[in-house]
Design a protein around this ligand. Structure first.
Ligand SMILES: Cc1cc2nc3c(=O)[nH]c(=O)nc-3n(C[C@H](O)[C@H](O)[C@H](O)COP(=O)(O)O)c2cc1C
Length: 331
């Protein structure tokens, strides 16, 4: 495949690396995205070449209280190994307890702790990026997890709570000293959420300060961006978030506009099929709409046709319409 060929001929060599004992074949990683990186989508990214899977974040509260939505949050296909379970919580003991429960039940290959979520209901509760304000809690969490789990533990952080409290170097060192095997830095503060530009110089600074692998994250949209981030920061791997929602083919080495149309169509159809198998026909089509909208932005689809597709409830009709639009025809 041309894209994979391209990957092996990059200016920056994409080398395998290790998260503790876990080998990762390629340093281009799928980011966890709540509401998106469910099992069907992750399988698609894996088939296109993403080297590991990361779940959407899993709430420690849901694990200890066994809430009804938990099974879907933790479901994965064995073909997805290595699989990273990402946890969030504000209470160190509960977070550790939930990791122990999940390790026994599901045997994921890595646990990651979310210290970057900026959503109000998470961060203001002291979880996600809220943890960055409590380095002593982070110390408890990472040392507790590394003591109790038999698999590597990693952390995903931001630069700090706001521009007056930038502390990613301090947090990175704590996490490393407590035994974590890797740190990912989304190079923004919590206050920035997703605004402004990610500050890649922070990724370079963290890489210089730590011995464990550092993953850079923020605003990588193309293969050239990924190469540039590796070159400019020296990071061990690059994590791609929002861009992969439109372009999972980035893991095969393609920018969106260059994906060969037959591969593009085949992947879109397969993703819809996986979604329907996973969620059932009706819900599978409904939850696929947001992907369909992004994928179809590659083609010239009229606003009316898009609107018709987005409001089609019947699964057979949805599949038929989607197929017609994928073929570049009008409804
Ligand atoms: C809709 C959405 C959901 C997200 N969910 C998570 C999550 O569950 N866990 C996490 O660590 N980060 C989450 N993030 C942050 C991304 O993983 C990533 O750090 C961020 O989007 C920056 O990378 P990008 O510029 O490549 O998108 C989410 C981001 C978005 C936009």
């Amino acid at each position: 495949m041309a894209g994979l060929h391209l990957l092996s001929n990059q200016k920056v060599e994409f080398q395998p690396f290790f998260i503790g004992s876990v080998k990762v074949d390629k340093p281009l990683l799928q980011a966890p995205l709540d509401g998106w990186t469910n099992e069907p989508f992750r399988r698609i990214t894996r088939e296109l070449g993403a080297p590991l899977s990361v779940t959407e974040f899993i709430n420690g509260l849901d694990v200890v209280h066994k809430t009804p939505n938990l099974p879907q949050r933790i479901a994965f296909d064995n073909s997805e190994r290595p699989i990273v379970f990402q946890l969030f919580d504000d209470d160190p003991e509960r977070l550790i307890e939930s990791a122990v429960i999940l390790e026994e039940r599901c045997h994921p290959d890595v646990f990651d702790v979310n210290m970057g979520c900026s959503a109000r209901q998470v961060a203001n509760r002291g979880a996600g990026a809220g943890l960055l304000r409590f380095p002593e809690k982070i110390q408890k969490i990472i040392s507790g997890l590394t003591a109790k789990l038999s698999v590597p533990v990693t952390a995903k952080i931001r630069m700090g709570w706001d521009s007056d409290s930038i502390n990613f170097l301090e947090i990175g060192r704590i996490v490393q000293d407590c035994g974590a095997a890797m740190v990912t830095l989304h190079a923004r503060t919590r206050k920035q959420e997703y605004s402004g530009k990610a500050d890649w110089s922070a990724i370079a600074a963290l890489k210089s300060a730590l011995k464990i692998p550092v993953v850079g994250n923020g605003d990588v949209e193309t293969i050239a961006d990924a190469e540039r981030m590796m070159q400019e920061t020296g990071c061990d791997a690059v994590m791609v978030g929002r861009a992969m929602l439109r372009n999972p083919w980035i893991f095969a080495g393609y920018d969106f506009e260059n994906v060969p149309l037959d591969l593009f169509r085949m992947t879109c159809r397969k993703h819809l099929r996986y979604n329907m198998e996973y969620y059932g026909d009706h819900w599978g089509c409904v939850t696929y709409r947001k992907f369909a909208k992004r994928y179809l932005s590659r083609l010239e689809v009229s606003r009316e046709n898009m609107q018709t597709l987005m409001t089609t409830d019947d699964p057979d009709t949805f599949c038929r319409y989607f197929d017609v639009l994928l073929n570049g025809e009008a409804l």
